[in-house]
Write a protein that binds this ligand. Structure first.
Ligand code: FES
Length: 198
């Protein structure tokens, strides 16, 4: 039997990002139309372009949803409370050290991301690709008696912590993937490229 999705995520907070795709493929396509037969179409190139998001309005405990290549990406800004809890749940996780290749090397750390306090996660369950939902609040809820905050997949009950690490004993086999990403400035996050990794 499928677990029931809680009817109300409570203090769930999320924002939808206005993003822009980088590149000038549309201009090139218009100026040299005959190249279209063997160059990738502008639409295809735009679909592969990185997504650029302004994270300046993202507050601790909130989630920003950014679309990249047609896939939602969750950007989590951790609260002090969740940062204090993030390592208190390791025995319940299947891959707490992120040993599986589910993130770039620079994101193989506690929050699985590049900047302390922020996690960037592909919002696609690693079981059968449903969208896990954001439940940041700690405590007892409909699917866990000692929830430490994170993501719950309503399709078959998989659970992930706030860094996208999967719980042991759930259908999802691996942590949520971390997409390539970097920070162009304090407020600008680029998803889809590694930037300077040296
Ligand atoms: S798709 Fe998420 S648990 Fe099955």
């Amino acid at each position: 039997m499928q677990p029931k999705s809680p009817p109300n995520p409570g203090r769930r907070k999320f924002l939808i990002a206005a993003t822009s795709a980088v590149g000038a493929v549309g201009i090139a396509g218009a100026a040299v139309p005959f190249l279209g037969s063997w160059n990738p179409s502008a639409k295809a190139e735009a679909a592969g372009a990185p997504a650029v998001a302004d994270i300046s309005k993202l507050r601790p405990g909130e989630l920003l949803i950014v679309e990249w290549r047609g896939v939602p990406i969750y950007v989590v800004k951790h609260s002090t409370e969740s940062l204090n809890q993030i390592d208190k749940n390791l025995e319940r996780l299947a891959d707490p050290e992120s040993n599986e290749e589910q993130q770039p090397e620079y994101a193989r750390n506690k929050l699985r991301s590049r900047r302390e306090g922020i996690s960037v996660l592909t919002a696609v369950c690693t079981h059968l690709a449903c969208a896990p939902k954001f439940y940041p609040q700690l405590g007892v809820n409909d699917f866990d008696n000692n929830w430490q905050g994170g993501f719950f997949c309503p399709c078959h009950g998989s659970k992930f912590d706030l860094a996208g690490r999967v719980y042991a004993g759930v259908p999802a086999p691996t942590n949520l993937p971390v997409p390539p990403h970097y920070y162009k400035s304090d407020d600008i996050l680029v998803i889809g490229e590694d930037g300077d990794v040296t």
